[in-house]
Design a protein around this ligand. Structure first.
Ligand code: DCP
Ligand code: MG
Length: 310
């Protein structure tokens, strides 16, 4: 499975694309400059897809979307093995402080910048700030807890608890613990629960009722953000593939799907109409009831969840 996917997307230029992606992340997550972030990400993705290793910056000059300043950066990486701009940004105390602010659940990059401009320099400082949303207050209060990884056994216990509550509330509903837990990891960053109902309609409005029950049981201490709605039956197999991950595998199979003329998402597998660039896709998904079918439609052997840790 891995060989088929990797054969399709070789990693000849990771040493160049990785620093560009890091720069892209700093631009979007810290500096709130989505446009620059996108430019770097697009170039990194292009380089990742080249079927050969770049040995000289001259080789990328004629690639569409790679301008003069990008060629210079690629040259710098090839000559020195690093990117001074990235090095300077990572070393800057402003970036480090804003990175810390933006690592609080509920604080985005623009808000992190405003907090910095307001003179705040530590998490202690921002706890008094009036501009924090209710969500950010929760994020700050549990900041260190949220950052801790959860042992597999605890995820399993929490999943069983929610399953019991759900079975009482809506008999026949199905729930799976996805994410890193389903892939068999020893610890998890969070608990990804995927819920549907096989009758095709009972899932509607179920999430709100479930959240209320979990709050009543004091399992949920707080629920400040709207969760993604429960998946309808016809999207479930695709949602399960997506939420089992991991993210690298998802990127690979999305890319593979695109090359075969499809658009793959957590909602379905859609046939593209017109050329790939217009991004148009049919509105109705190709039906798949199981993960096995999803992989089969993509022309891939079925990988067990534990084989999806890339
Ligand atoms: N996902 C993705 N791309 C992202 C974020 C998520 O494809 N940018 C998918 C793949 C992930 C799944 O959603 O496996 C769940 O997201 P998590 O962030 O919870 O990631 P994991 O559960 O894999 O790891 P962790 O243990 O950190 O929660
Ligand atoms: Mg997770």
């Amino acid at each position: 499975f891995k060989a088929i996917c990797e054969d399709d997307m070789p990693d000849y230029n990771k040493h160049i694309s990785r620093p560009l992606l890091e720069l892209s992340e700093i631009y979007s997550d810290v500096l709130a400059d989505e446009w620059r972030s996108l430019t770097y990400r697009k170039v990194a993705n292009k380089l990742d897809r080249l079927p050969y290793q770049i040995l000289s910056a001259d080789e990328v000059k004629n690639i569409q979307g790679i301008g003069k300043s990008m060629v210079d950066k690629i040259k710098e990486i090839l000559c020195t093995g690093q990117l001074q701009k990235l090095f300077n940004l990572k070393a800057s105390s402003q970036v480090q402080i804003m990175q810390q602010f933006a690592s609080v659940w509920g604080i985005g990059p623009k808000h992190a910048l405003k907090l910095y401009q307001a003179g705040h320099r530590s998490l202690q400082d921002i706890s008094e700030d009036q501009t924090l949303s209710p969500m950010a207050r929760v994020g700050l209060k549990y900041h260190y807890d949220i950052a801790l990884r959860i042992p597999q056994s605890e995820v399993s216990e929490a999943g069983s608890f929610v399953r019991h509550v759900l079975e009482d509330l809506c008999p026949g509903a199905s729930i799976i613990v996805g994410g890193s837990y389903r892939r068999g990891n020893a610890t998890c960053g969070d608990i990804d629960l995927l819920i549907t109902h096989p009758d095709g309609h009972s899932h509607k409005g179920l999430l709100g009722r479930l959240v209320t029950k979990l709050e009543e049981a004091q399992f949920l201490i707080t629920c400040p953000n709207p969760f993604t709605e429960i998946y309808p039956k016809q999207a479930y197999a695709f949602a399960l593939v997506y939420f089992t991950g991991n993210d690298v595998l998802n990127r690979r199979i999305r890319y593979l799907a695109k090359k075969k003329g499809y658009k793959l998402s957590d909602q379905g597998l859609f046939l593209r109409v017109g050329d790939n660039k217009t991004g148009m896709a049919s509105e109705v998904s190709i039906p798949c009831e199981t993960e096995e079918e999803v992989f089969q439609k993509l022309g891939l052997p079925y990988p067990e969840p534990h084989e999806r840790n890339w």
